[in-house]
Design a protein around this ligand. Structure first.
Ligand SMILES: NC(=O)c1ccc[n+]([C@@H]2O[C@H](COP(=O)([O-])OP(=O)(O)OC[C@H]3O[C@@H](n4cnc5c(N)ncnc54)[C@H](O)[C@@H]3O)[C@@H](O)[C@H]2O)c1
Ligand SMILES: OC[C@H](O)C(O)[C@@H](O)CO
Length: 365
């Protein structure tokens, strides 16, 4: 039974947390319970958390780029939970409400925040990005306006998928996808699959998923893509030529999204996009790569980056789930108990699962 259907006694809630001490070394720790520090904050009992590639990366390597885990850090940032307490200024939520948690809190004062691009805030406090703790814990304190009430027909499990869906929403917004356009998505992991689904919701009529793993492409075809292509060990130009032939896009695709972070896939992207088309980098792989800059110049490609999510992205992600336009349930391979968190990380690392959810420490599976 979801906790939402029970009366929640905050004092009875465990704050057991899944802590990364150093690469490969994780422990369960009963940590001090957070409290409401600001009148606009709420306290949420975490019900479900998905595992992101970045969590696995920290677990294996202890760092992503310049973010280095120096002190023990609680992992996880893709969560949904149930409100147990609200601060005196909170009007939008009440105890018992089920919410998707947006896990990054900007300063609200810098020029980026004031321009509505709060994902670029240099003082962002983002869950499970060192030095900040994540949401694989019992209780989470957050500003109420970063907690999104789930509609009645959206489960808490689906709520945990709002985060990666918001990443995809932001990428597709950056790509300015229009009805009737063709979109090639490089990578058919959770982010690539969700980009394909959001592009479809935006009206794209030809959606090509590209990956190196056939089973992922089979899933993508069944999920929403109109075409799939298994990338070959040939030059990026030859892979691009084959994609264009397969999808009957002789001039190239209107939009190409990289959701793999892989160098060959990024190179192929520039060769597969049409003259004057748009390319968006969503994948995060190597910091520096060889990039076909001349092709980009000659084609007048519009290239954009995409980082996390900003104004309106979470709301749209929730709405895409509520309206049935993106069926995130299909991405959930399974749910494990909190104590099985490390096994779940292992399964994601080995590629056995698309999305595994870890139940909160107070949740029965
Ligand atoms: N921009 C952001 O804010 C943001 C947020 C979350 C995740 N990400 C990044 O997005 C990417 C996708 O995330 P995910 O969770 O789906 O990861 P994932 O690892 O599950 O998916 C990546 C996919 O790319 C495929 N791939 C690898 N090499 C390829 C190649 N040469 N051609 C085509 N496909 C190839 C892999 O087989 C895999 O299916 C990751 O790089 C992740 O770090 C970015
Ligand atoms: O979905 C959000 C991403 O996983 C994070 O930005 C992470 O990749 C870096 O902190």
């Amino acid at each position: 039974m979801d906790m939402a259907t029970q009366t929640i006694n905050k004092d009875a809630i465990s704050n057991l947390s899944f802590v990364l001490n150093k690469p490969g070394d994780v422990t369960f720790e009963e940590r001090p319970k957070p409290t409401i520090a600001d009148p606009n904050d709420v306290l949420v009992a975490v019900n479900y958390t998905g595992i992101c590639g970045s969590d696995v990366h920290y677990w294996v390597h202890g760092a992503i780029g310049h973010f280095v885990v120096k002190d023990p850090m609680v992992l996880g940032h893709e969560s949904a939970g149930t409100v147990v307490e609200v601060g005196p200024a909170v009007k939008s939520l009440k105890p018992g409400d089920r919410v998707a948690l947006e896990p990054g809190y900007p300063c609200r004062r810098c020029s980026f925040c004031r321009a509505g691009k709060y994902n670029l805030c240099p003082d962002m406090v983002f869950a499970a990005t060192p030095p900040y703790h994540g949401t694989l814990t019992g209780l989470w304190a957050a500003p109420a306006d970063f907690c999104y009430k789930l509609p009645d027909n959206v489960s808490l499990q689906e709520g945990a998928l709002v985060e990666p869906l918001a990443v995809a929403v932001h990428i597709v917004k950056q790509a300015r996808v229009q009805p009737g356009q063709s979109v090639v998505v490089m990578g058919a992991g959770p982010v690539g699959l969700l980009c394909a689904a959001v592009a479809k919701a935006y009206g794209a009529t030809k959606i090509v998923s590209v990956d190196i793993v056939q089973s992922k492409l089979d899933f993508a075809r069944d999920f929403c893509s109109t075409h799939t292509y298994a990338s070959q060990r040939v030059s990026p130009e030859d892979n691009a030529k084959a994609i264009k032939e397969l999808a009957e896009l002789p001039g190239g695709a209107d939009v190409v999204i990289d959701a793999s972070g892989a160098e060959p896939s990024i190179q192929t992207s520039i060769h597969v996009v049409r003259m004057g088309g748009t390319y968006v980098q969503g994948g995060m792989g190597k910091s520096d790569i060889t990039f076909p800059i001349m092709a980009m110049c000659l084609k007048e490609v519009t290239a954009r980056g995409s980082f996390r999510y900003g104004a309106g992205d979470y709301e749209l992600a929730v709405e895409l789930i509520r309206s049935g336009r993106v069926d995130v349930k299909r991405l959930i391979t399974g749910t494990v108990s909190f104590k099985q968190a490390e096994e779940a990380f292992q399964k994601v690392k080995s590629g056995e699962a698309i999305k595994i959810l870890i139940a909160g420490p107070n949740e029965k599976v």
